[in-house]
Every structure is written in structure tokens, then in C-alpha cells.
Ligand binder design. Sequence first.
Ligand code: FAD
Length: 433
Amino acid sequence: MTSNPPEFPQMSRQSPAHGWPQNPKSKIDGFGIQPPLDDITREFQPQLRKFAVEVMRPIGQRLDRLPADQIIAEGSEFWTFHKRYQELGVELSMLAQMEPEARANLFCVLLEELGYGDGGLAISVAAGMLPTYVSMLFGNQFLMERFPETELGCWGITEPDHGSDSIDPQGMVRHPGAKYGRPNTVARFYKDKIILNGQKSAWVSNGTCAKHCILYCAADFGDGPSVEGGCVLVIPLDLPGISRGKPLEKLGQRGDPQGEIFFNDVEVSLDYVLAGPEDYLRAVYCIHSEANALMGAIWTGAARSAYHLAHAYAHERKQGGVPIFNHQLVAYKLFHMFRSVEAASSLTRRVVHYNMTSDVPALQAAMCAKTLGTQTAFEVSSEALGIFGGNGLTHEYPMEKIMRDSRASLIEDGTNDVLAIKGGYYLMDPDLL
Ligand SMILES: Cc1cc2nc3c(=O)[nH]c(=O)nc-3n(C[C@H](O)[C@H](O)[C@H](O)COP(=O)(O)OP(=O)(O)OC[C@H]3O[C@@H](n4cnc5c(N)ncnc54)[C@H](O)[C@@H]3O)c2cc1C
């Protein structure tokens, strides 16, 4: 048989099938099955991967072994990491000027690569930039300039008595007939100032060392605090009356220094209000739409790193007389890990693109990205640990740490269970949003 091309119009593709080698193969590179990127993102991606592998991963592993209070000590590698991150030059001001599609690309790639390096440190960067980023989204020039991204920020939402409650201002998942009870952080509004009292929980990422905070609190105009009528402030954390709790000892993401923030008659001017009670739901919606989607990207990166490490190990480790990759079951597992990582990456990028190019982002879509990205990181790192056999359990190998970090991600930014319940309600009736 001759192999002449058929006489209908050629499909426009780079390499027509009749020009392929007889035994075609495609080698997917370390960034996976990604659609073409814009020029800026394509340039940054390999630099970010190098930074993730050569800087973040080793620093993250060393920080993981330290007692929590030493992580933020002067001279700790936590600070070296943040300095080196700043030197990469991926600035919010640059992102803001990009077209929405390109911005979505770079945001996803940036956070995937940071997650590839170290989940806890990636969260520290993301929480660190959040106050500046949200101030930009709200077009609040004063707060943007007052709190530059070069200084570490944090996000104070959860309270000792309000974890899941605090991400549910509309009371969508509240038990029928129940009440949320008294808020722990209250902003008492006066004509020209606010007085803050209360505390945020020990879970505030960077809470032990951040310079400023985007803070959710109940608003009190003289008739008592109301959770439903909350407000969002962005405040400096060096004001009189602010103190910090002890750094939290925890299972995973140990490179992210978490701890309480206490407020005792803290006075701030009204300039620091990002959203008053009338804008509260809009602000929470905006912040969680961004944060949930970007969490999807970070934990997709962690999942990819677990998959790559397991893939490499399966070529090194011999059992049954051959590298374990040759055993069908190991190849089968690696295939499913790869598939899961690609699915999480595709969904996350799709959601971030959708949200960054829509008039109003879809919070329910962002919840899909968060829950899928984190669940994938946990499942893939657990499977990867199995491929490492007994070595997977030891501190000598990276896998148990990625699994611990990923386990924490299922709870972070709203447990996946509560997000799924809320997401389900939103799908049922978007007017609930
Ligand atoms: C690594 C990490 C980083 C974090 N970073 C930050 C941060 O930067 N800033 C910040 O403020 N907070 C942060 N958090 C806190 C996080 O948002 C909360 O832990 C989370 O919202 C859950 O709250 P909780 O831990 O109090 O659990 P709880 O709310 O006490 O939940 C306990 C259990 O009950 C279930 N549950 C609770 N309510 C309901 C309901 N209505 N319906 C069904 N099930 C329910 C939950 O799913 C969970 O299984 C972080 C947490 C982690 C783990």
C-alpha cells in the first residue's frame, strides 16, 4: 500500500500524522500536559521549577525538623527562603498589568511550582501576599501602598470558637435552629476610628511573624457584635495592644509558621477598612474565590512532586530482580497518579482562567479546584509513599513529609467536607451566593 496523503484539506497541525516516525512516541516533559503558555509564563516556569527543587525543597525539609519557635528565629532559613523568593521578581504589580488570560497562566504556574517545592512555604508566600493582592482587587490605593508585598502578610479568619463557622457568613451549613454564638474578634466602630478586641485562632498562617493582616471581624456599631454584619480590615500588626501566641507545633506544613493573634483595645483609623458590613459578603466572596482556586494550584504542584519522586524511585529501586517500575502493579499505580495530577492541574487552570476572565468569579468552581487539588495531593502522596516501601516512612526520604503536608491541606481554607456542602448548595441555587 502507498502512503499518499488523502485528498481532503489538510488539518492544521504542526506535524501531520503521515510525517510521524513509524513507531511514534511522545515524551511528556516535567511540566506535564499543559496547553501553550504565554511568553512571560514560559520564561518563568523553568526558573520557578529550579527554585522549587534547589532552594525550596531542601529548606522546607530542614525547617520541617525544627521546633516551631526556631522556624521564625532570626537567621532561620525561613527568612532566607522569603528573600530568595523576592529575588525571583514575580511581582503582583507585574501580574496586575498582564492580560487576564496570561495572568491566570502565570498565577497557576507560580503556585504549582511553589507547591512542587514545599507546600508549607508555598502557603506562607500565598498568605503573605494576600492582603496586598486583595487590596489591589478592591482598587484600594491606600492599603496597596501601605502594605507592599515585600513585607509578609497573613489572613486572620478563623477563631478559637469559629473554624468552619467563620467561612460561612450566610449560615448555609449551620445546623437548623442553631446559632453561631459570640464572635471572638470584634471591631467596635466609632465616628473616626475602630477599637479591636479579641483574638484569631492559632491557625493563622504567618500569624507568628507577619507584619500585617487581612482581618475578618464582627462589626459592632454600639448595639453589639454581629457575625452576619462583619467587616474586613487590613491592619499593621505592630500597633499597641497586639500580641502573638506561641508558634504552633503541628503534623504538616511546618514551614508555615502559624499562631494566634490577640487584640486588646487596638485603635485603628477608618482608612484600614477594606470592606464594611455592607460590603462584607462581597469581600468574603472575592477573597475565597481567589484563595480556594489558588490552593488548588499549590496542592496540584505538591501532587506532581510526589508523582515525580515516586517515578524516579521506581527506576532506582530493584526488587524481584528488576527496577520496581517493571512490575505491572507499580506501572499501573504510577499511571493513575499521573492521571490524577493532570486532572487536578487541568481543572485548576480552567477554574483560574474562568474566574480571572469572568465579570464575577464562580466561588463554586474555586471550591472544586481546592477540594480536587488537595485531595489529589493527599491521595497521590499516600500512593507514592507506598511505592517507596518502608523507605517512604522514614525522614531519609521526602515522601512522608509531602503526605503530612497534604493531609493538612484537606482542612486548610475550609475543610473539604464543609466546602463540598456549601458548593453543593451553590450548585442547587446560585442565588444563595
Ligand atoms: C494548614 C492550615 C492552614 C490554615 N491557615 C489559616 C489561615 O491562614 N488563616 C486562618 O484564619 N485560618 C487558617 N486555617 C484554619 C482553617 O481555615 C480551619 O482549620 C478550618 O476552616 C476548619 O476549622 P476548625 O479547624 O476549627 O475545624 P471545625 O470547624 O471545628 O470542624 C471540625 C470537624 O467538624 C466538621 N464540621 C464543622 N462544621 C460543620 C458543619 N456545619 N457541617 C458539617 N460538618 C462540619 C468539619 O468538616 C471537621 O471535620 C488553617 C488551617 C490549616 C490546617
